[in-house]
Design a protein around this ligand. Structure first.
Ligand code: NAD
Length: 413
């Protein structure tokens, strides 16, 4: 599973290597690994036929040294405490890396949403939020959407919390615009990915306008990354989704494909490009390979077929630790997920700030601030990579861990 093989797993070699490079004392390193609080709740709810069903939910609060816990809530039948803990930890490093005044948290409910009606899911969502109410708060812990949760679920969460505590849009992010959601949130992770790709091109001496890009996954992240990279002048030669891939060495028409995908929710049926499978897609010769779908997409079985100059990790943990080491020895750059896909949490933070200010920013304001944050973080990581001669993933952990450890030492006095 993703969490066990992901190279950005909190107990991965890259993490341990970063701790060593920083010379962090064992007692501090240990403190930073242990979550502050883990809550397991039973979530009973009534089904449409009148019967009571019950599922298990979790909220893990990993670390709040630099600010309130922050992280999504996912609904998935594979959710367990180990997975939620691992994801909560990653959020601590991601928010620290972007220098957002948050800590890290994550939640989940072990449920297959496809087995329930919308009204059943609403009752379950509201009941889960009531169950975690004692540990969340506008300045304490701010959930967000994740796998199988969306703006509608956030609306139920916000409503449930507001019924108890008074109108509180800042209790969750990823809300619809009508309820205090932020302009630019939907595109943020893909936009951040495109910005990071552009910055990588600059540092690695790749001509962006002549670059060839391959993207695995054409959902929220992959499709927006393609859209913005296309605007930067890159040639997107192949994309894929769960139905398979499309390849055109002269570049796909991304504007038309984006529209096709928006309407049909799949790239299937698009009338351009040669059909290829996901294995063929990953093995294409290109400048940038952007895995934006699954964890462990590049692994020990296919790493030798990779022929790109850089992998931009848009998904969480798409390159396993084993594959990352092999790619480092072949001088293929990997720009890690905690940097690449942090555009989403960054604009979530902007949403929270707008809610607290009770003042709405324009889309151009949001995008300008997002751009500034992504570039600054990229530069910080790149400078550590250069000075210490470590891969970008270790440098990212070093920046993030150092920030949390310094804040921790100051607070603990
Ligand atoms: P999504 O559900 O919108 O899209 C996922 C895409 O991957 C779809 O096109 C789907 O068809 C495709 N896919 C699924 N299985 C595949 C397979 N076997 N081969 C090829 N393609 C496959 O999800 P998303 O929001 O775009 O998230 C993608 C990744 O980015 C996930 O790893 C997610 O955790 C991560 N991420 C997303 C955000 C965000 O803001 N959406 C933020 C941080 C990280």
């Amino acid at each position: 599973m993703e969490r066990k093989s992901s190279s950005t797993n909190p107990t991965s070699m890259a993490y341990k290597n970063a701790i060593e490079q920083l010379g962090l004392k064992d007692n501090i390193a240990k403190t930073l690994e242990i979550p502050d609080r883990e809550l397991t709740v039973e979530v009973p709810f009534r089904k449409d036929n009148g019967e009571i069903d019950s599922v298990i939910g979790y909220r893990v609060q990993h670390n709040n040294t630099r600010g309130p816990f922050k992280g999504g809530i996912r609904f998935h039948h594979h959710v367990d405490i180990e997975e939620v803990r691992s994801l909560a930890t990653l959020m601590t490093w991601k928010t620290a890396l972007l220098d957002i005044p948050y800590g890290g948290g994550k939640g989940g409910v072990a449920v297959n949403p496809l087995n329930y009606t919308k009204t059943e899911l609403e009752r379950m969502s509201r009941r889960f939020f009531r169950a975690i109410d004692p540990v969340i708060g506008v300045n304490v812990d701010i959930p967000a959407p994740d796998v199988n949760t969306n703006a509608q679920v956030m609306s139920w969460f916000m409503d449930e919390y507001s019924q108890i505590h008074g109108y509180s849009p800042a209790i969750v992010t990823g809300k619809p615009l009508e309820l205090g959601g932020s302009e630019g949130r939907e595109a943020a992770t893909g936009k951040g990915t495109a910005i990071i790709t552009r910055e990588t091109a600059n540092k690695w001496g790749i001509n962006l306008k002549k670059s060839k890009v391959v993207i695995q996954g054409f959902g929220n992240v992959g499709s927006y990354a393609a859209k913005f990279l296309n605007e930067y002048g890159c040639k997107i030669i192949a994309v894929s989704d769960v139905s398979g891939g499309l390849y055109d060495p002269n570049g796909l028409n991304i504007n038309e494909l984006f529209e096709h995908n928006r309407i049909n929710k799949t790239i299937k049926g698009f009338n351009q490009g040669e059909k290829i499978n996901n294995d063929q897609l990953l093995a294409l010769e290109c400048d940038f390979l952007i895995p934006a779908a699954l964890g462990s997409a590049v692994n020990r079985n296919n790493v030798d077929s990779i022929k790109c100059k850089a992998i931009i990790e848009a998904a969480n943990g798409p390159v396993t630790g084993f594959a990352a080491d092999k790619l480092w020895s072949r001088k293929i750059a990997i720009i890690p997920d905690i940097l690449t896909n942090a555009g989403g949490v960054t604009v979530s933070y902007f949403e929270w700030v707008q809610n607290l200010q009770q003042f709405k920013w324009s889309e151009s304001d949001v995008n300008r601030k997002l751009e500034e944050k992504m570039i600054k973080s990229f530069e910080e990581v790149y400078s550590i990579k250069q000075s210490k001669n470590v891969p970008m993933r270790i440098a990212s952990f070093m920046v993030a861990i150092d920030r949390v450890a310094s804040a921790y030492s100051l607070r603990e006095g």
